[in-house]
Design a protein. Sequence first.
Length: 326
Amino acid sequence: MKENDGNSTLCLFSVVLSVLFTVVFFFLVIESARVIDGFFLGSFPDSGEIIPSLRPICYVAFGVTIFLMLLGFVVSKTHSSVAGAFFMYLPTFGYFTAAMIPLAGIGLLRLLWLPLLDVSPSILRLRDVAFAPFIFLVNQFGMNGFIFIEVISSLLMVAGVFIFFFGVLTWLFGKFRGRGIVDFWIYDISRHPQYLGLLLWSYGQTLLMIFMPQFSGIWFLDLLPEPSLPWVIYALILVAVALDEETKMTKEYGENYRKYCNHASFMLPLPRMIENSITFPVKALFKKNQPSNKKEITCSMLIYAAILIFLSAFFLTNARLPIFTH
């Protein structure tokens, strides 16, 4: 009886902490975008004229962002990699401001991508294949497709927040009970539910930004196309961080963790045929189901990035999001 009471208390405590953490985390992400937007609107209402003076700073910021993403793997500080990936993705929030001046407010953060834009604005779309099903949907059904995508985007964001919360809850409860390997509740299905939640939430948000009809006819989108590339960089970094964490868990818990991996999906449970198709490059190169050290993880992410670039380059010549005029 006392053990059950203790578990109930721990569970309740875990729920409270998980709710607080999830609410604070997503509130800070969204609120920080609003605060940044307000600050930049007051300080730089139109940044077009100051781009030349900001150019060196933009290149330095881009370099620091790349450095942070790489540093996490070199020194085994995964938070650094996640922070770098988030900074790369953060300018995406600028698309929600709907300002007619593309570099006003939080849109100024798009200057972080200036090194890419200097090469070609189309580089930001070199991962459009990640959103191919929805682009085809809009091409097929027009405005009705936009409405459907808006619903899907909202559902993905809600699902992402819930999975993130449930992952935090499960992990906290497991650690409070002294479990080295948390392998119950949602962790029995996904080995990295928090990262899965973040990916679903950010994918839904990016979908919403790309397919919002009120933005599709604004002239500056030809210069600043939908940023599918930053989202995929963000996604690949999260996957790489998850893989790096698994190498540490395997070293610490050995066969027990390998057994856990055999029955729980890496992130999202998928049909065997789809899972085998996704992991085929890794299996072909390393003769194993997934990379097991930093070198292999880096090579794997570069391979998947190259595949997405190739597919997106082909996709860009054969499909495009229709532009609606206002």
